[in-house]
Design a protein around this ligand. Structure first.
Ligand code: FES
Length: 131
């Protein structure tokens, strides 16, 4: 299966990039300490699709998720600072109003599942292989 290597060294704290992997967008976000703290403070049992942030982001400063809404497949907004980030500070899908948090977990709206974490490996501190 095709994999993609991404150099993360130019991605600043608080910045997100979108890369393409197997024809789908993958969001990579260099999270701030505040975002990590907020994502980890959530009561997992209150979530529609209960997953800890620790399980979703093994290196907490890097969140890597498939940028496809799990409702009907739109690409959520939130990659740019000026985008809407929804009520939970992550991403917002404008198609039917799904709100995702700083871990890419569904928090409000029709989407049934969290945005998917693809398989990935850190080859070094700043080089990641997706797939
Ligand atoms: Fe995202 Fe429907 S496709 S809310």
């Amino acid at each position: 299966m095709a994999s993609t290597e991404v150099d993360l060294s130019p991605v600043e704290v608080g910045q997100s990039i979108t890369v393409t992997w197997r024809g789908t967008p993958v969001f990579i976000r260099h999270r701030t300490a505040e975002e990590i703290e907020a994502a980890r403070a959530v009561d997992v049992s209150s979530l529609r699709d209960p997953q800890t942030d620790e399980d979703r982001a093994t290196k907490p400063e890097w969140l890597v998720i498939v940028g496809i809404c799990t409702h009907l497949g739109c690409v959520p907004l939130g990659q740019k600072k000026t985008d809407p980030h929804g009520e939970f500070g992550g991403w917002f899908c404008p198609c039917h109003g799904s709100h995702y948090d700083q871990s890419g977990r569904i928090r409000k709206g029709p989407a049934p599942k969290n945005m998917v974490v693809p398989e990935y490996t850190f080859l070094s501190d700043t080089l990641i292989r997706i797939g």
